[in-house]
Design a protein around this ligand. Structure first.
Ligand code: PEP
Ligand code: MG
Length: 575
């Protein structure tokens, strides 16, 4: 049986299931036998202890994980929450019940806000469980330790748990809830944990069941046959070997260069990306720098950040995206409108235009950073829908001294008008996450429509092909910087559709590099044609998977450039 979900990363593991214990029962709502002051002391002690524990975990985890845990630790002692608990104690509630009610109210408020805020709701549930466990004298619900390696199944995993998973024991992670941008997914990607999120069917798995967790194909295979297990183990071993292979520039088997770039949110990840062979940055998500900022950052504040990034890539291309605020990534200083459908509202370039000085400041800061460093700076606008918007952005960038200005293609209208848009822009970068969301009308944050959020959909691929053709006709580069570029087989298809560079999480570079090295340009085009002709995403993926495997296992004499002679055995990178 196959259980579907959303795979994070390209790994596959075979192992036995261990389920996360169920959460604590809801504390009963009987009046407290203690005074509010005594209950208040108990709460203060428990909150303090939980905050200290989270902080200690933050220090052990470090990196993004550490930041998440540190934020949780601060949340545990948030004065608004503490005030709310105190009010409930004064009304006679027990400490356990008051904590439960206050955290639940706060959590519901975040869910109501939707988007990025809603994904933080899980953090609050986790903290309140830890506090209530401490108050009740039981151990906090957490990751089990069965004493052998296992695949963990949980409803959703708290950031505190994901961040500190013992990677020697936890082979992989399956969650019933969560979307591709939940904290679990973000942290799993960063820690290269093989994971499947939003796998509701995994509720049927029991402790001890043997499964194949195949993140690359977004499935869990239950009761696998010996042959399936062997095939998965071979893929696992091949992937481990690829990760150790020396890094080299991205190129096809016929030598065509396809630069492989990194998606970064700050210069913190630059060193690791370079070590993994990133040939530059294809998407610097500048809004990630200012998610917590109340006021717009100054030119100087921004220049410092941009210089750090540019200095990490001397002589290399760094594509910086102007602030993409709105929908799942609201910035307090750019989005103040309460919109029914923020993904269709004043976001991206639209929001920047409505506050043009912020855009001017950002471009000025970038021009200053460019002058002080020797990376090759390209700038691009997010969420461009029209030719007029393209002309506006490119004109402003040039006015402020930036030489190379392009646009992201994330809205179907921009793809359909790529031949006009690229007359004005120096390049296009396709954001397949949003392009898929808007083409399929499926909110990328919503687990219930995650099945539609598949960039293999031939409708999305046709749009990519249109942009690729426009770029080729006008001699303008066309990159992809959405998650699709991190799927090795889809990366080959994208190149076949005319994409000239790929940008992705650094952890995906090795797999994509290997996959590109297996095919010639003609073969990539042929695989792209197959995908375009399919009825839907599932059959596009299946057709291309099968054909790619055939190509690798039986290179025909008329395809002499498939790979170097010593590499003409099936390496199955593309499977
Ligand atoms: C995209 O939409 O594909 C993209 C790369 O931008 P983001 O994920 O930041 O919206
Ligand atoms: Mg986007």
């Amino acid at each position: 049986m196959h259980l579907q979900g959303i795979g994070i990363g390209g790994g596959v593991v075979v192992g036995r299931i261990v389920r996360m214990p169920d959460p604590l029962p809801e504390p009963v709502a009987t009046p407290s036998a203690l005074t509010p002051a005594v209950e208040g002391n108990r709460v203060a002690e428990a909150l303090g202890a939980v905050a200290a524990d989270l902080l200690a975990r933050a220090e052990r985890a470090g990196g993004v994980a550490g930041e998440v845990l540190e934020a949780q630790s601060m949340m545990a002692e948030d004065p608004t929450l503490v005030d709310d608990v105190t009010l409930r104690l004064a009304a006679g509630a027990t400490a356990e019940r008051a904590v439960f009610e206050a955290f639940t109210a706060f959590r519901d408020m975040l869910i109501e806000l939707g988007g990025y805020m809603a994904e933080r709701a899980g953090d609050l549930t986790d903290i309140s469980q830890r506090v209530i466990a401490r108050l009740s004298g039981v151990s906090a619900p957490g990751v089990p330790d069965p004493g052998h390696p296992f695949i963990l199944v949980a409803r959703d995993l708290a950031p505190a748990d994901t961040a500190t998973l013992d990677l020697g024991q936890v082979l992989g992670l399956i969650t019933l809830d969560g979307g591709p941008t939940s904290h679990t997914a973000i942290l799993a990607r960063e820690k290269s944990i093989v994971a499947l999120v939003g796998a509701a069917g995994a509720a049927s798995l029991c402790d001890g069941d043997e499964v194949i967790l195949d993140a690359a194909n977004s499935v869990v295979v239950t009761s696998p046959s010996a042959e399936q297990r062997a095939e998965a183990r071979a893929r696992e071993a091949a992937r481990a070997a690829r990760a150790l292979a020396p890094v080299s520039p991205g190129r096809l088997a016929d030598g065509t260069p396809i630069p492989l770039l990194a998606n970064l949110g700050s210069a913190d990840g630059a060193e690791a990306a370079v070590a993994l062979g990133a040939e530059g940055v294809g998407l610097f998500r500048t809004e990630f720098l200012f998610l917590d900022a109340v006021n717009a950052p100054t030119v100087t504040q921004q220049r410092v950040e941009y210089e750090r990034m540019l200095r990490a890539f001397p002589g290399k291309k760094v594509v910086v995206r102007a602030l993409d605020a709105g929908a799942d990534k609201p910035l307090a200083f750019l989005n103040d409108a309460r919109e029914e459908n923020p993904a269709l509202g004043l976001r991206g370039l639209r929001a920047l235009r409505a506050s043009e000085q912020i855009l001017r400041d950002q471009l000025a800061a970038l021009a200053q950073a460019d002058a002080a460093t020797d990376a090759e700076l390209w700038v691009m606008a997010p969420m461009v829908a029209t030719v007029e918007e393209t002309r506006y952005f490119v004109g402003l960038a040039r006015e402020l001294g930036l030489r190379t200005a392009g646009v992201m293609v994330e809205i179907p209208s921009a793809a359909l008008l790529a031949d006009r848009i690229l007359r004005h822009a120096d390049f296009a970068s396709i954001g397949t996450n949003d392009l898929t969301q808007y083409t399929l009308a499926a909110d990328r944050m919503l687990g219930s429509v995650a099945g539609f959020q598949d960039p293999w959909n031939p409708a999305v691929l046709r749009l990519v092909a249109d942009v690729g053709a426009a770029g080729a006709a006008l001699g303008k580069p066309v990159g992809v910087c959405g998650e699709a570029a991190a799927d090795p087989l889809l990366a080959v298809v994208l190149v076949g559709l005319g994409v000239t560079s790929l940008s992705m999480s650094a952890s995906a570079l090795a797999d994509v590099r290997a996959a590109l090295g297996d095919v010639t340009r003609d073969q990539a085009r042929m695989l792209a044609e197959l995908a375009l002709a399919a009825d839907d995403a599932v059959s596009a993926r299946a057709l291309v998977t099968t054909r790619a495997a055939d190509l690798l296992s039986s290179p025909s004499p008329t395809e002499p450039s498939l790979a170097a002679p010593q590499e003409r055995h099936p390496r199955k990178v593309l499977k």
